[in-house]
Structure formats: structure tokens, C-alpha cells
Design a protein around this ligand. Structure first.
Ligand code: AHN
Ligand code: ZN
Length: 328
């Protein structure tokens, strides 16, 4: 009996081995190793400090003292991360017939590379508090509106200094985004009164024949529990980029901020970049379904101060951007 069972097992073993040997060899795992790219870690404390620093100069309304000081600080800060900083200045007239000299601040990393992308934010803050109930005529601090996007980009510039990404990157800080004509204005309606810095740059890029594969604009990326959606202009001009960024954010665990939902079009700097210079550009901008404006509840009020900035939101945006950039 034992003998019989033994022979039975031996024959099973024999045939199974035979069968195994006659099988097609399994395809070997690919020998080309996909080396995992090291993505730097975004430092949200550092980004937060960069927002705080901007706000410390006071409102950054074009031609004001705070604007002058902050512009100088941004220039010096960026020069400490790259030798390639360009100040682009031009005369403008705002809807209220005032004359100013706008200043776009541009920092290039690996300027010799043709394969490049652009990152945008606006560094000015609004000259009035038209959505506040008090002191509507005085300028706002714009910690979230303006300050947050710039804070994230300065932190990214700091990380670029340690380790350059494979692609070239231009960080472009637009001036005079927020000097748009308010709804109750007594002046005649001025066309294209918002986004004066991006309109100028899109018509006069800092380098002749400048082109970038794509652009990402950050606007109001600092408020607590902010959500970002597929804004209509972004979805029209740069649908693939929108997918790429949202997918990356979800992979990293920031799906609570980067929501898979659409939002109506928002006239922002990316509109002029898309329509004038033709760089496919998305806007990462807070959308709040619970407010009347669908912007943050402190939008264009005096409450848009440091209390309106949360490190977790800055981190979600900054880390997502770094992961996208270092994987290019
Ligand atoms: C308008 O309200 C027309 N556009 C919003 C763009 C903006 C203002 N972003 C920040 N402040
Ligand atoms: Zn604004």
C-alpha cells in the first residue's frame, strides 16, 4: 500500500515537472529598470514663512511702499536661487486713469533648455476691499489672494537650487492682476482691466520667441480646506495637463483638495496666457460652492490675512507640483 502510494506521488511529481518544463518560459521581468525619480519634499513651513514675509510689507498695490519693498525682496530672494532673474517693467493705465509702471518678476532655471514649462502667480494685492462690509476703499493684505501662490513658488525655487529638475522652468510673478474694475465703479467700463501684468507679458514675453510646453497658474491656494476643481478655461485649453495634475494629486493623497468636478470659467491670468501667447495653461484656484462668489469667504476683504492661510493646503499644492515637475 505504502509502496503504491509512493509510486503514485512520484508519477504525479514526474508529470507535473514534465508539464512545467514543457511550458513556455515565462517572460522575464523587463531588465530596463525604471529608476524611481527622487522628488524633493515640499516644506510647508518654509512656504508659509514666504507668505508671511510678503504680508509683512503690507498691501502690495502697484506703486505703493509695500509693493516696492515686496518687489525688491522677491527679486533678491529669487536671485539667491538662480542667477537668471529678469524684471520686466512697462507703463500702464488702470481703469481709474492712474498711471503706473508694472513690474513682472521672472526667474528662469536651466534657461538653455528648450524643453520647459512655466509656473505663474500674481504678486500684487487688491487696492480695495470691495467685498468687505467695512473700509471698502482701503487695500487688502491678500495673504491668500496673491500671497499664497507666490509663497508656494518661492519654496519651489528654493528646492530647485538644491536639485534641478530635468526640464527647464520659468517662475513668472505677474503684477497688477488684481487692479480690476469693481462692479460699482463710477469710471467708464474698461475692457480687460484685470490681469495687466499677464496681458503685457503674453504680448511681450521676456525672451523673443519664448515658448513653454505648458503653464500652471496658482491663485488662492492657501486657505484651510480649499478645494480646486476643473475650471472651464483650463479644461478647454489644457485638458490633458488638468488630468495629469489631478491624477498626481490623488496618487499623493490630496484628493480632498483636488476634486474631480467642474467649475465655471474664471477670468484670471491663465486666460491671457492661453489666448495671447498660446501656452496651454491651467489655473489651480480655490472654488467654494458655499459662497455667493464661489471664491473663498474672505475674498477681497480685510480678513484675507495670515489667519486665512493653512500649511496643509500650501503643502498639497506644492508637493503635487514638485511631483509633476520632477517626473518630466
Ligand atoms: C474676476 O473676479 C473677474 N476674476 C477673479 C480673478 C482673481 C481676482 N483672482 C484673484 N483675484
Ligand atoms: Zn483678487
Amino acid at each position: 500500500m505504502i509502496n503504491y502510494m509512493f509510486r503514485y506521488f512520484i508519477s504525479i511529481l514526474f508529470f507535473s515537472l514534465l508539464f512545467a518544463c514543457s511550458n513556455e518560459p515565462k517572460p522575464k521581468p523587463k531588465t530596463v529598470k525604471k529608476t524611481k525619480i527622487e522628488v524633493p519634499k515640499f516644506n510647508a513651513d518654509s512656504a508659509y514663512c514666504f507668505v508671511e514675509k510678503q504680508v509683512s510689507f503690507g498691501p502690495r498695490v502697484i506703486s505703493s511702499e509695500g509693493w516696492k519693498k515686496c518687489g525688491f525682496w522677491l527679486e533678491q530672494k529669487l536671485k539667491s536661487y538662480t542667477p537668471n532673474v529678469i524684471l520686466q517693467e512697462a507703463p500702464i493705465t488702470t481703469y481709474d486713469r492712474k498711471k503706473h509702471r508694472l513690474k513682472n518678476i521672472i526667474a528662469s532655471f536651466s534657461p538653455e533648455k528648450n524643453n520647459r514649462i512655466a509656473l505663474f502667480a500674481h504678486w500684487d494685492s487688491r487696492h480695495i476691499a470691495d467685498y468687505d462690509t467695512i473700509n471698502q476703499a482701503s487695500p487688502i493684505l491678500g495673504a491668500n489672494d496673491g500671497g499664497s501662490g507666490v509663497g508656494v513658488l518661492i519654496e519651489i525655487a528654493r528646492l530647485f537650487k538644491n536639485k534641478n529638475p530635468n526640464i527647464g522652468v520659468d517662475i513668472i510673478l505677474f503684477d497688477a492682476e488684481d487692479y480690476g474694475q469693481p462692479e460699482n465703479s463710477k469710471f467708464p467700463t474698461m475692457k480687460d482691466s484685470w490681469c495687466l501684468g499677464s496681458q503685457y507679458w503674453s504680448k511681450n514675453p521676456h525672451k523673443p520667441n519664448y515658448f513653454a510646453r505648458y503653464g500652471i497658474l496658482l491663485d488662492m491656494v492657501g486657505a484651510k480646506n480649499a478645494t480646486f476643481r476643473h475650471e472651464e478655461i483650463s479644461a478647454y485649453f489644457a485638458p490633458n495637463l488638468l488630468q495629469k495634475v489631478w491624477r498626481k494629486a490623488h496618487q499623493l493623497g490630496y484628493g480632498n483638495h483636488f476634486v474631480y468636478a467642474d467649475s465655471k470659467q474664471i477670468l484670471d491670468d491663465h486666460y491671457y496666457v492661453n489666448t495671447i501667447i498660446g501656452i496651454p495653461t491651467i489655473d489651480i484656484i480655490e472654488y467654494d460652492p458655499t459662497t455667493e462668489t464661489n471664491f473663498n469667504k474672505h475674498w477681497h476683504t480685510h480678513n484675507d490675512d495670515m489667519k486665512n492661510v493653512d500649511r496643509r493646503t500650501l503643502n498639497a499644492v506644492g508637493q503635487t507640483l514638485l511631483d509633476v515637475i520632477y517626473n518630466e
